[in-house]
Design a protein around this ligand. Structure first.
Ligand code: HEC
Length: 121
């Protein structure tokens, strides 16, 4: 739950910095976060994880094939990285990932993608 709370704080700070954020988008993001906080991901270990990796698990599971919203665990690193770059450049439709992806450099994205790809169920 600590990770989820940290992700919530980070996402909230990110959202508050954006003047174009509408009330609807804020409530969609909040709903996603609240659902995730209820689900919790306390069992995951972030020992040796690159900076920023734990912030993703407020919304995504690090466990491969987890039943919740698109688990990042076990997803091919190249797919995660390509998707993050697409979100960053506006090339993929997004409600929130475009803003999150902009917070990471190419090297950070590569490290986070490799770490998630290596997670086992
Ligand atoms: C606040 C919740 C939230 C957080 C935190 C979050 N994501 Fe996401 N992610 C989403 C949502 C929602 C989508 C679906 C696209 C959208 O609407 O933005 C998504 C989609 C994705 C996808 C595409 C999955 C697919 O199969 O198309 C990837 C890859 C991804 N996120 C990676 C990450 C990474 C890496 C992090 C951490 C740096 C992260 N996400 C943090 C909510 C989140």
């Amino acid at each position: 739950m600590q990770n989820a709370a940290a992700a919530f704080t980070a996402a909230a700070a990110l959202l508050l910095k954006r003047p174009f954020m509408t009330a609807t988008r804020v409530s969609v993001a909040t709903a996603v976060l609240l659902l995730t906080l209820q689900a919790g991901h306390g069992a995951e270990s972030f020992a040796g994880a690159p900076a920023g990796a734990s912030s993703c698990t407020g919304c995504h599971s690090a466990q491969a094939a987890a039943p919740e919203m698109r688990a990042l665990g076990g997803m091919p690193a190249a797919d995660i990285a390509a998707k993050m770059e697409a979100f960053k450049g506006g090339g993929a439709p997004a409600t929130i990932m475009d803003r999150i992806a902009k917070g990471f450099g190419a090297e950070e994205i590569r490290a986070i993608a490799a770490w998630y790809a290596a997670q086992k169920p």
